[in-house]
Design a binder for this molecule. Structure first.
Ligand code: PHE
Length: 353
């Protein structure tokens, strides 16, 4: 029994003295491994007499259990110590300023488009889209603009190139968003309430014109829609968009082949010291064209003009963006100058409308 006590003392102190997990494993193998001292003792039980075995057996088992427990304790202790050492060594300074990240901004056109969509969504309008490369039926003829019509020239249209002998009808870069009206009515019928924001193209370039710009078309068709509904809708939209209660709009009789009657709409404003103020003053700024959809346009889109009528409008998105956010030159919108984009851009996380 003395030998077992001696073994226990020896191994307990070796376990205690093991400095790391590798050393501890060596101690385990020396005691409890296949050829370990304790295992060899176990094997010698076979040669003992039953009486001897009755005493030595439990004592050996107890020794094995004691050593196993001590090993486990020491292993845990070493793992904790190793973790603490790592934590002490590898620490992160959470107060450190983060590395600078590239931060993008929303272009004012995107921002304003989102705002317009949100306002019309509240009024029950959905969003429709159409192609930017359009054929001349949708861009002109279906909208009651015949080939010889002067507005066809006025539009400064970009025509797609055609090889000699290619006799397909001409395709154009759409000059307005109105073709989406016809496409939508053709596909979905009446009644409908939609807006169609998007890019449009005209060969024109100065401080207030760029060859590519943006419009949002509006279309409301039902059995009982009048010019009064158009007026209310546009006033409601302008108050919400410009965030001014007492906005004044002026409806000026005008002409578009696809609406009858037609009106252009101006907004009351003033220029003082180069500052633009909306809702006051003696100046007027044109922001949109509108009118009651022409019966021919309805029937071109497969809608019975005896049953349905409605209004349409086309707002210049770039125009109303310049007015709302005080951006003086239209051309700057499309020059991709980073300083301009950072100044006039919007945080992507701010909500629209
Ligand atoms: N399509 C017209 C334009 O581009 C605007 C408009 C749309 C006018 C709808 C009336 C109705 O100028």
């Amino acid at each position: 029994m003395d030998t077992l006590d001696a073994l226990k003392t020896k191994y307990l102190s070796k376990i205690e003295g093991a400095g790391d997990e590798t050393a501890l494993e060596e101690v385990r193998v020396a005691a409890l491994g296949k050829k370990g001292e304790v295992s060899l003792q176990m094997r010698s039980l076979g040669q003992m007499s039953p009486e001897e075995r009755q005493v030595a057996g439990p004592a050996l088992n107890a020794l094995k259990a004691d050593l196993t427990e001590a090993l486990a304790l020491r292993r845990d202790g070493l793992a904790d110590a190793a973790l603490n050492a790592r934590l002490a060594e590898e620490w992160a300074d959470v107060s450190l300023t983060p590395r600078p990240q590239q931060q993008g901004t929303l272009h004012p056109i995107s921002q304003v488009t989102e705002e317009v969509i949100a306002i019309f969504a509240d009024l029950g309008y959905g969003v429709a889209e159409g192609p930017q490369v359009e054929n001349d039926w949708y861009n002109f003829d279906s909208l009651n603009i015949p080939p010889e019509h002067p507005s066809r020239q006025e539009m400064d249209t970009f025509y797609m190139h055609r090889e000699a002998g290619d006799n397909r009808p001409p395709h154009v870069l759409r000059t307005h968003t109105s073709p989406v009206q016809v496409r939508h009515m053709e596909a979905h019928g009446a009644p409908c309430r939609i807006i169609c924001p998007g890019r449009v193209y005209r060969a024109d370039y100065d401080q207030t014109h760029t060859p590519m710009f943006h419009q949002v078309e509006g279309l409301a068709i039902d059995t009982d829609i009048s010019m009064a509904n158009l007026k209310w809708t546009l006033e409601e939209f302008c108050c919400a968009f410009f965030e001014i209660d007492d906005i004044t709009l002026r409806f000026r009789a005008s002409h578009f082949p696809f609406t009858e009657p037609s009106a252009e709409v101006d907004i009351r404003c003033s220029w003082e010291d180069g500052q633009l103020k909306l809702g006051e003053g003696d100046d007027w700024l044109e922001i949109l064209g509108s009118g009651m959809v022409h019966p021919k346009v309805l029937s071109n889109a497969g809608i019975d003009p005896e049953v349905y009528q409605g209004f349409a409008f086309g707002i210049g998105i770039d125009r109303i963006a310049m007015l709302k956010y005080g951006i003086p030159d239209l051309r700057a919108f499309f020059e991709s100058d980073l300083r301009w984009l950072r100044h006039y851009g919007f945080s992507p996380l701010a909500s629209a409308g």
